[in-house]
Design a protein around this ligand. Structure first.
Ligand SMILES: [Zn+2]
Length: 315
């Protein structure tokens, strides 16, 4: 059994995993410069992969292939990036397959990062044994992916299931980075949160004013201490997230929704509240959709990339 190389290209961190039979054998992180594009980052990524191979006394002959997880829309039939949203915007002009071939003579398989994370959790994490699930990553933005009857939902243009964060939850809302109005992501995500906090009339009187970082960790902490503005904004976020998740439930008919992303540090607080709202409002006569925290929050996409390579190379 050979190894695989798994790459997870996020907006702030690039993770590289050396994998074998679903095990993470070695791991490296490099700082992402996603605003500067993809091509400028490839030499550094190449050096990191070479270093992992040398450190583990391996050559490219020991590697089955490379799984490439990307924060954007991906055509997984051609292993090309289709569309980006303010991260690695030269991605569609970058020949990743050619890059892997010329450097290591290895095949490369690309997929959207939420789909990779879903595959990782389905095969090695909290989604094991479930054939109908939705994965939602609550981070800087909001990503999603869908598995129906054991198959990844992709669609004609490879975007089906990936745009859950851009479901409209407020038709009178803010313009999103995607061009739509009132997306789940533009109404309540890490990139929007500082504006929600600092432009609120209650900001001057709020304990949030003392926070250096206007992030969800600060929001949850101040809400727990009873700050009125933090409680008000948190309630708004719960409403937005539950509206988005209920639309995903109505669209995709999952048994469970796996939640992942940076915000999961506060999962013990928000999961029960979101579950309560979903139980109240979702139309699911067969039972209740369970919200479950992902198991391998920082490595799901690496496990998914390994599974994707092995399933495509060995079948
Ligand atoms: Zn949007």
């Amino acid at each position: 059994m050979k190894f695989t190389i798994a790459i997870d290209l996020g907006g702030t961190i690039i993770k590289i995993g050396l994998m074998k039979e679903g095990q993470l054998c070695d791991r490296m992180e490099i700082t992402a410069r996603s605003a500067s594009g993809l091509k400028t980052q490839l030499p550094e990524l190449q050096a990191a992969i070479d270093k992992i191979l040398i450190n583990n006394h391996l050559s490219s002959n020991d590697i089955l292939g490379i799984g490439f997880s990307f924060a954007g829309l991906v055509d997984s039939s051609k292993n090309r990036i289709v569309s980006t949203n303010q991260k690695y915007d030269d991605g569609p002009e970058t020949d990743l397959v050619g890059w892997a071939k010329s450097n290591w003579d290895l095949p490369l398989f690309a997929e959207n990062d939420a789909r990779m994370a879903l595959l990782g959790e389905w095969k090695h994490g909290a989604g094991q044994g479930c054939e109908n699930l939705v994965m939602v990553t609550l981070g800087t933005g909001i990503g999603s992916a869908v598995l129906i009857e054991g198959k990844l939902l992709k669609g004609k243009h490879f975007q089906a299931g990936n745009l859950g964060g851009h479901f409209t939850v407020n038709h009178l809302g803010k313009i999103c980075t995607c061009g739509n109005v009132g997306c789940m992501e533009s109404e309540a995500s890490t990139w929007r949160l500082p504006e929600l906090i600092r432009y609120n009339p209650g900001y001057e009187a709020s304990s949030l004013k003392n926070e250096a970082l206007a992030d969800f960790e600060a929001l949850f902490r101040n809400a727990q201490n009873g700050d009125h503005l933090a409680l008000e904004i948190l309630d708004h976020c719960y409403s937005v997230w539950s509206a988005g998740l209920i639309s995903m439930i109505h669209a995709f008919d999952p048994e469970i929704i796996l939640l992942s992303g940076g915000i999961m540090k506060s999962a013990d607080v928000f999961l029960p509240e979101l579950q309560h709202r979903i139980n109240q409002y979702a139309w699911t006569p067969w039972g209740k959709v369970q919200l479950i925290a992902a198991k391998n929050i920082s490595n799901s996409a690496l496990f998914g990339a390994d599974y994707l390579v092995r399933s495509l190379m060995e079948l």
